[in-house]
Design a protein around this ligand. Structure first.
Ligand SMILES: [Zn+2]
Length: 107
């Protein structure tokens, strides 16, 4: 991420520049809330379609303590606002398809 104000580089998952406080040019919207490992699955799905994804865990505590259930493990899946509808469609399509292995075992 490049700050539009002071032109310093900083981590993509920050909402504003740590140097000058300038908000990022991209507005991020919450696409969904998920629990590990679902968050990573959603992230790789969207990124494979060229949509940037930010995963924000609540205070980051869940991952550190190895918790995978409960409110502390909840992860907010965020996408750029202008890609939100596209991301929703991709998620819906993925849900409708289901795991590809299932179709084969049905025969
Ligand atoms: Zn800045």
């Amino acid at each position: 991420m490049l700050c539009t104000n002071c032109h310093k580089h900083y981590a993509d998952d920050l909402m504003r520049c740590p140097s000058c406080g300038q908000p990022t040019a991209t507005s991020w919207d919450i696409l969904a809330t998920a629990y590990p490992p679902q968050d990573d699955i959603i992230k790789s799905l969207l990124e494979s379609c060229g949509i940037p994804v930010i995963l924000r865990s609540r205070e980051g505590i869940g991952r550190v303590q190895g918790l995978s259930i409960g409110p502390l493990a909840e992860v907010r899946v965020m996408v750029p606002r202008d890609r939100l509808s596209e991301a929703i469609e991709l998620l819906a399509a993925a849900d409708a398809q289901g795991p590809p292995e299932r179709d084969k075992s049905r025969d």
